[in-house]
Write a protein that binds this ligand. Structure first.
Ligand code: G1P
Length: 303
């Protein structure tokens, strides 16, 4: 049964991964702290949650993740040094991340998978719908995906996942959704989900990208979800249960995203995100674009 819809105010950000694709940079630094232009990747994600109206943020962290907590906390030493110098611009930059949202942290302990990370959020979230944002997916701030997902959740109840059409040879990297159309061209009904399928078994080329709005019924299901792909407790498997029996936590819908998204967990895409966002920055963009144009022209002449 679909209950009344409390306003969604909590965001959960799993951030316990080891970041092995970025070694050696991530040997002593969490991958979430790698800069995209001049801001750590994780700050874009927290800003996205806040822009969608979610100002209560729970990070699910692990060992070696102290810099994340420090980044979203005050840094009095730095602040007073900048104050003394009268450097208001930089002071504002330092204070921005600590003023963003109310931050909470919980440790995952054992790295038992994304589903397990989300389950660690249960005591904090309680019995209300909530959002999950994966740090590796960077959604361009001008394409407000999460806001739309919250609207769809408020309209239909249940849970909502973000979907993006990918090339068939890419689908094995994602959760793949079986979908049916609805009256809204950007919304589909999800009838099934498979985590990282072999291309031949994928129900569609609609890939889950790392944004979810979930009914709290997912916690009960996650407690009973057996390890799946990679021996990990998969969020996709729990969502498959929700999609299969809507009496438990309402339906599952998908918002089809056609905007700009970068997978900052992939080195190539990470570089593309930096180039693109740097080009578009008012302060850095003009010089950087001019240099890039020259560089590309020279590169093409050499080939
Ligand atoms: C996770 C999810 C997967 C989803 C992906 C999106 O996988 O398990 O269903 O498609 O995020 O980025 P990961 O990339 O963490 O292995």
């Amino acid at each position: 049964m679909i209950q009344s819809h409390p306003r969604i105010s909590k965001a959960v950000i799993p951030a316990a991964g080891l970041g092995t694709r970025f070694l050696p940079a991530t040997k002593a630094t969490p991958k979430e702290m790698l800069p995209v232009v001049d801001k750590p990747a994780i700050q874009y994600v927290v800003e996205e949650a806040v822009a969608a109206g979610l100002d209560d943020v729970l990070m699910v962290t692990g060992r070696n993740k102290r810099p994340l907590e420090d980044h979203f906390d005050r840094n009095y030493e730095l602040e007073s040094a900048l104050e003394k110098k009268g450097d208001a611009d930089r002071l504002a930059k330092v204070q921005e991340s600590s003023d963003l949202a109310t931050m909470h942290y919980v440790r995952q302990g054992d790295p038992k998978g994304l589903g397990h990370a989300v389950l660690c959020a249960a005591p904090h979230v309680g019995d209300e719908p909530f959002a999950v944002l994966l740090g590796d997916d960077l959604i361009d701030p001008r394409d407000p995906l999460l806001k739309r997902m919250i609207e769809v959740q408020e309209q239909h109840g249940g849970s909502v996942v973000a979907l993006m059409e990918v090339a068939p040879e890419q689908i094995h990297l994602y959760g793949s959704a079986a979908v049916e159309t609805t009256e809204d061209s950007d919304v589909v009904r999800v009838s099934g989900l498979v985590e990282k399928p072999d291309p031949a078994d994928a129900p569609s080329n609609y890939a889950i990208i790392g944004r979810y709005v979930l009914d709290p019924a997912v916690f009960g299901i996650l407690r009973q979800t057996e390890p799946g792909r990679g021996g990990e407790i998969q969020l996709t498997d729990a969502l498959q249960q929700l999609a299969a029996d809507e009496k438990v936590g309402g339906p599952v819908h998908g918002v089809v995203f056609k905007g700009r998204r970068y997978d900052t967990g992939d080195r190539g895409d990470y570089l593309r995100a930096i180039v693109r966002l740097a080009c578009e920055r008012e302060d850095l963009g003009p010089d950087f674009r001019a240099w890039l144009r020259r560089y590309v022209t020279e590169e093409m002449q050499e080939r």
